[in-house]
Design a binder for this molecule. Structure first.
Ligand SMILES: [Zn+2]
Length: 123
């Protein structure tokens, strides 16, 4: 797993328009799992997330990955369909993507998909 790093400036609103969560990573030592310490972008509130291959402990609450996924994916506006993860936030922000994605099957080539759609409607 790649360790996420951030600048950790206090009250940094540049990326999200709201204070970005400050983040620190801790390596696992002995029996202690590695963790992320998340600190609020605007105050001293913090939360530690310990992670391993089979589970997470978030703020002192232990659960399997599957348990956490069931709870957190809907809250993060991510829907699971089989093995696919669907970003519901992207869908609602830009409804035009809906059709493009269905036809083209790829986010990276919207121009191609739009062209083929237009060609199809001319027939
Ligand atoms: Zn805060």
């Amino acid at each position: 797993m790649e360790v996420l790093k951030r600048s950790n400036r206090f009250y940094d609103t540049r990326r999200f328009g709201q204070p970005q969560i400050r983040l620190r990573h801790r390596k696992g030592i002995g029996l202690k799992s590695p963790s992320y310490v998340l600190r609020c972008g605007c105050c001293d509130q913090k939360l530690e997330i310990f992670y391993s291959d089979d589970g997470l402990e978030i703020g002192g609450v232990n659960g399997t990955l599957e348990d956490w996924r069931e709870i957190l994916l809907p809250v993060l506006l991510i829907e699971r369909r089989g093995c696919q993860l669907i970003d519901l936030a992207a869908k609602t922000k830009n409804p035009a993507n809906k059709t493009v994605r269905r036809k083209g099957g790829s986010r990276s080539a919207p121009e191609t998909s739009r062209t083929s759609l237009a060609a199809g409607s001319r027939r």
